[in-house]
Write a protein that binds this ligand. Structure first.
Ligand code: UDP
Ligand code: MG
Length: 320
């Protein structure tokens, strides 16, 4: 059996209704490309019928399908990370399992890789998600563009291709909570982006609730930028300077006009505003401290229960 040229990595969390259609469309596309390939699924603690289906895919194409079964839900990015540690292809493609990213777009990514790019990102034409998600993404993309030096048009689009070297650097970074497209961009020497189609979910529901999205973006901001911390330093300096000017003004005023006693509630309003901002600042520091804590604790990022693949594959991969 030859070494694969492309490895397609797919995180799976309760996607039973989508898997058969995904598998048929994906293998059809990859067969047409005509180069050796492998598909690495990570079952991220699904509680539905996903795992038996993945086992069946392995049975049907034992040389092309590998399944990593997590011992719980560790999140999409860790699911991809675990697969990255095992992929054998020269080119690695990530894809969602829900068919929102059409597998038919993969050849377009491969063409861009063959043109010499090391990271091929994508942005979604006619994104088919709720109005709220689309709007929130616009805001988040804009914030990320300002605060980090990661340049991406559509950070949420996971249909991406990487050269092996980039994947190796991502693994070597060993971070606990990270955002893979951003990590890849920080190592990219010659990235590009292509436009891809996007479909509405036909089965199952989005695995990201509002809270998960907020958490993910905290990871992204704190993982790739210290600007939020610096903003607080700047703000503190501005407030301190303003307060000093105010004190001088009140002192002079007292000498000329006499003491002033009114404006009690104005004072409260200003005070509460500053206290609120102060607490927010503590929270921001907490985000960074929490991340540092997570990293130094060095708990395993994910736990693999079983790897379903042809024997001897892992050893072979380790030597490459
Ligand atoms: N996913 C995962 N673990 C999770 C959440 C999601 O492996 O904890 C997978 C999910 O099965 C899908 C992909 O990540 O293949 C993207 O998830 P989803 O489609 O729910 O996200 P959305 O498209 O709403 O951003
Ligand atoms: Mg989706």
């Amino acid at each position: 059996m030859s070494k694969p040229y492309v490895s397609v990595v797919i995180p799976v969390y309760n996607e039973a209704e989508n898997l058969e259609a995904l598998f048929m469309r994906l293998t059809a596309v990859l067969d047409r490309v005509g180069k050796p390939y492998e598909i690495v699924f990570t079952n991220d603690g699904s509680r539905d019928n996903s795992l038996p289906l993945l086992r069946d895919f392995h049975r049907r194409r034992p040389h092309q399908v590998r399944v990593i079964d997590f011992n719980g839900n560790f999140g999409q990015h860790m699911a991809i990370m675990a697969a990255f540690e095992r992929v054998r292809g020269d080119v690695v493609v990530t894809l969602d399992a829900d068919l929102q990213n059409p597998p038919e777009e993969i050849p377009k990514l491969l063409t861009a890789i063959e043109a010499g790019h090391d990271v091929v990102g994508s942005y979604r034409r006619n994104r088919q998600d709720t109005l709220f998600r689309r709007y929130a993404s616009r805001v988040i993309n804009a914030v990320r563009e300002r605060f980090t030096n990661i340049r991406m048009r559509d950070q949420g689009c996971m249909l991406r291709a990487y050269r092996r070297l980039i994947v190796e650097q991502i693994i070597a970074s060993g971070e606990t909570s990270t955002f893979i497209p951003a990590l890849a961009m920080s190592y990219a020497a010659h990235p590009t982006e292509v436009e891809v189609e996007h479909a509405a979910r036909t089965a199952g529901t989005s695995k990201y609730r509002l809270y998960d999205l907020v958490r993910l973006n905290f990871d992204l901001m704190t993982g790739f930028s210290v600007v939020p911390l610096q903003l607080f330093t700047l703000f503190g300096m501005v407030v301190a300077a303003g307060s000093l000017a105010f004190v001088v003004y009140l002192f002079v005023r007292r000498l000329i006009v006499g003491p002033e006693a009114e404006g009690l509630f104005t004072l409260f309003a200003i005070l509460y505003l500053l206290v609120g901002i102060g607490i927010f600042g503590l929270g921001v520091i907490g985000e960074y401290v929490g991340r540092i804590y997570q990293e130094v604790r060095k708990r395993p990022r994910f736990v693999i229960r079983e790897v379903i693949e042809q024997p001897n594959l892992s050893k072979a991969a380790g030597n490459e």
